[in-house]
Design a protein around this ligand. Structure first.
Ligand SMILES: [Zn+2]
Length: 200
């Protein structure tokens, strides 16, 4: 894995999902490419395609004054658009998770490792990869949606993976993270939220 040469993380900690038969082919292909640095980012494509923009599409759409190269680390972590989505993602779905620095953010968003943990679980890594997948899909659609729209797409993507896996469904019951209350069978266990479950 070559996510970022500056990473201090041991690649062995990453929970590889592409062989775990979870999610759609499209999702598993994304995970494989994500962890093997094979995603078609603008900076790489521009080496092969004449006049292909190197700039970050989210920046172009929402912060046109900024002209950042769309590297992996920019698109998935450092982009101001992505960073704002990440902050809202944590406060809505992992309430109370206080990521203090860049290392803690990378451990969580890239590897699905919660604070104080040494490794990820399949449940958390699937959840975080699903979030990254939805960001990538919006990049492919050339959109920069609101957090509300993005989080709705995320829940729609994640829900079938959780509820069709006995292992993940059981693990989600034991988790204290707010995200899994969206999939609880009993309405009393669900948090008030702005995404109608009937739409999922
Ligand atoms: Zn950007």
């Amino acid at each position: 894995m070559n996510i970022d040469r500056k990473t201090i993380l041991n690649p062995e900690l990453a929970y590889s999902m592409w062989g775990k038969q979870i999610g759609t082919n499209r999702f598993r292909t994304f995970s494989f490419k994500f962890f093997n640095n094979l995603l078609g980012l603008n900076t790489r494509v521009s080496n092969f395609v004449q006049n292909h923009s190197r700039n970050c599409q989210f920046c172009n759409l929402l912060n046109p004054a900024q002209a950042n190269d769309k590297t992996f680390i920019h698109l998935f972590m450092q982009c101001t658009v992505t960073a704002a989505w990440h902050n809202k993602f944590v406060s809505k779905f992992f309430t109370g998770l206080d990521l203090q620095n860049d290392t803690e953010r990378r451990k969580f968003f890239f590897f699905g490792i919660l604070l104080g943990e040494q490794a990820s679980t399949q449940l958390i890594s699937t959840t975080v990869q699903s979030w990254m997948f939805c960001i990538w899909e919006e990049k492919l659609r050339k959109r920069a949606p609101s957090f509300h729209t993005l989080s709705t797409l995320f829940l729609e993507n994640l829900k079938p993976m959780i509820i069709t896996s006995n292992k993940l469904y059981l693990a989600s019951f034991k988790s204290n993270s707010a995200i899994y209350r969206y999939f609880a069978p009993c309405p009393a266990m669900q948090q008030p939220h702005d995404v109608p479950l009937g739409a999922l």
